[in-house]
Design a protein around this ligand. Sequence first.
Ligand SMILES: *Cc1c(COP(=O)(O)O)cnc(C)c1O
Length: 245
Amino acid sequence: MERLSNDEREAVFRRVEENIRVLKEKVGEAAVRSGRAPEDITILAVTKTVPVEIINHAIHCGMTHIGENRVQEFLEKYDQLDLSNCKAQIIGTLQTNKVRKVIGLVEMIQSVDSAHLAQEINRVSVQKDVVTDCLVEVNIGREENKGGVLPEALDELLGKIGEMQAVRVRGLMAIPPICETAGEVRQYFSQMTQLFLDRKDKTSDNISMDFLSMGMSADYEEAILEGANYIRPGTALFGHRTYSK
Ligand SMILES: *Cc1c(COP(=O)(O)O)cnc(C)c1O
């Protein structure tokens, strides 16, 4: 995004404030409709391509979690982010050679989908003397070019991560396929909720099912109605992304 003039900045700030208000209202309604309280749902603001000054404004307006999906962009922004009351996460494909750069800076990595990646997170976490929270990403639509572990391989991966002392799995994450109808996407969300609930009583020392992260700008209400307790809106907060860089 171009450098903003004062007037433009003020206009964007007002828009983001209004977007946060509307989002929180809808999240609250969906939470109540699904038998939960608004505060049971964590909102992670997806900030990819969003300039730091706008991200910081959203943080000052109460966003407590932000997510970036590219390590390079995250690191470029990191020093200027006001993270005194907010935590940052990685939500996109993470290459093993970038793991070292983010461990210790992020609250959670939402996109763990292989033992290889988990091992590297474990190795670096041990070296840095931290425990890293992760979600295991599930490829619930069985899409070929998408990250995530297939549902039938989930338990094997959880078993392997269970042996790693410095990785702690906190739940599951999914990005369902693009769907034509709300009914269709709800089926994917519902399958995820089933996987999540099925594993709630099979937890171990470092595997727990606290968070089910699903639902983006177009479908977070459906996700909540199906059982998500962690949503990842970007566009709904910051408007459409311009990939100019
Ligand atoms: C970009 C992104 C989002 C947010 O998408 P919107 O449609 O803008 O809400 C959520 N999750 C992941 C993993 C993303 O990469």
